[in-house]
Design a protein around this ligand. Structure first.
Ligand SMILES: Cc1ncc(COP(=O)(O)O)c(C=O)c1O
Length: 405
């Protein structure tokens, strides 16, 4: 992996593309296949091996991966699904796409992770059986999956892990996120700011052959070639299969990954360990730089909370800022950083506060999600960053806190 320094402007997240990634895409462009073909098969096999999952089903986006997963778990109109309030829109929207109703779970105010306690509270609030629970490994840190898994089993609910931030992470038993043992299904995103970039793309991992088959059918127009209903059409007079014939079991989207995207994603996957190692090193440097700040500054700004449920691959580096004590609002601090060439972001406005959900479910106050949202600020984190970039970000924040500029 070559580091590609960001230059004077430091984005909050960015892909790291080498010549071998470009060569992989060019080779597909020169081949016979552009849409789903051999590069997709190779990528799925490599992804399954990388996360230790029996099956990896690729698709067009992380959002599509969640939609496929919810469908495969049988989630349907009117079913209840628990989603943590602090996550990207897609975790909940994909469940709404199948007509399910969302029960928002509160999160730990310092890590934004759903906890066994906030999950239990959401199950109590649901007022009926919950069909699926969707833990989100926010910023790359792992939810306590052992406890959540036990609660889900008691509630007879399926699990889909939203692992879009967490590729390359491991649970407490050192099993990779997405290995079938850590949950039912896990959904990943190949969006460029994530741990590996496919341009766009998603993957669902599972240990269940039937779930994998159902997802493969659904992502490809509902087309199946097994168990054909109309055998008169399916078979030629001599009993052999008609090569042109297929059947559709239900109207379904086209969520196929293209070979172009798969080639890039495979090439990036080869560097997963390097990306994760670099992200961890940058996080350690941030932590050390924050720890070295004078205590009045540390009282106003500090790293987000850490949890002991695994080893994070770190998609985001989040600082928690006490804007009230600082006497400046978040936009003001973001503009001051921007003036120094440093981008920052906010992950996320709690979903229960989105107009759509307020209208659908009314006002819901979730104290942990609110406390997180009030303080959260995502700082630049991507493998191309130099150690100096981290020092520059922390120095800029420290000067903004100390001198107001
Ligand atoms: C937590 C989470 N879930 C789902 C998604 C959706 O992934 P995609 O952008 O690939 O559709 C994202 C990505 O932005 C995400 O951060």
């Amino acid at each position: 992996m070559t580091l590609h320094p960001s230059g004077p402007h430091l984005p909050y997240g960015r892909q790291n593309i080498d010549d071998d990634d470009i060569a992989a895409v060019v080779s597909v462009l020169k081949s016979d296949w552009l849409t789903t073909g051999p590069a997709v098969d190779e990528f799925e096999a490599a992804f399954a091996a990388a996360v230790g999952a029996p099956y990896a089903v690729s698709c067009a986006k992380g959002t599509a991966a969640l939609h496929l997963g919810y469908r495969a778990l049988g989630l349907k109109e009117g079913d209840l699904v628990v989603v943590p309030a602090v996550t990207f829109l897609a975790t909940a929207s994909a469940a709404r796409l199948v007509g399910a109703e969302i029960i928002f779970a509160d999160v730990d105010p310092d890590s934004a992770l759903m906890t066994p306690e906030t999950l239990e509270a959401a199950l109590d609030r649901a007022g009926g059986p919950v069909a699926v629970i969707a833990p989100v490994h926010m910023a790359g840190q792992m939810v306590d999956m052992e406890a959540v898994g036990a609660i889900a089993a008691r509630a007879r609910a399926g699990i889909i892990e939203d692992a879009c931030h967490a590729l390359g992470g491991k649970d407490v038993q050192e099993r990779p996120v997405g290995s079938a043992s850590t949950g039912g299904l896990a959904a990943f995103s190949l969006h460029p700011v994530k741990v590996i970039a496919g341009g766009e793309g998603g993957v669902v991992t599972t240990g269940d052959v039937d779930l994998a088959a159902a997802m493969r059918r659904f992502l490809n127009h509902g087309i199946g070639r097994n168990d054909l209903a109309d055998s008169a059409q399916a078979l030629a007079a001599d009993g052999t299969a008609n090569p042109w014939y297929y059947e559709m079991s239900e109207p379904s989207p086209n969520y196929r990954l293209s070979d172009i995207h798969a080639a890039l994603a495979s090439s990036q996957l080869n560097k997963l360990d390097h990306f994760v190692a670099r992200r961890r090193a940058l996080v350690a440097r941030y932590d050390a730089a924050f720890a070295a700040l004078p205590s009045p500054i540390r009282a106003v700004i500090r790293p987000s909370g850490r949890v002991p449920y695994g080893a994070a691959a770190w998609h985001l580096y989040v600082a928690l800022v006490d804007f009230e004590t600082l006497g400046r609002d978040r936009a003001n601090v973001m503009h001051a950083l921007r003036a120094r060439g440093i981008a920052s972001q906010v992950h996320y406005l709690p979903l229960n506060r989105q107009p759509y959900y307020r209208q659908r479910y009314g006002e819901l106050h979730l104290a942990g999600a609110e406390a997180w949202y009030e303080r959260t600020l995502s700082l630049p984190l991507h493998p191309g960053m130099a150690d100096d970039d981290v020092d520059r970000v922390v120095a800029a924040l420290s000067s903004i806190v100390e001198h107001g500029a």
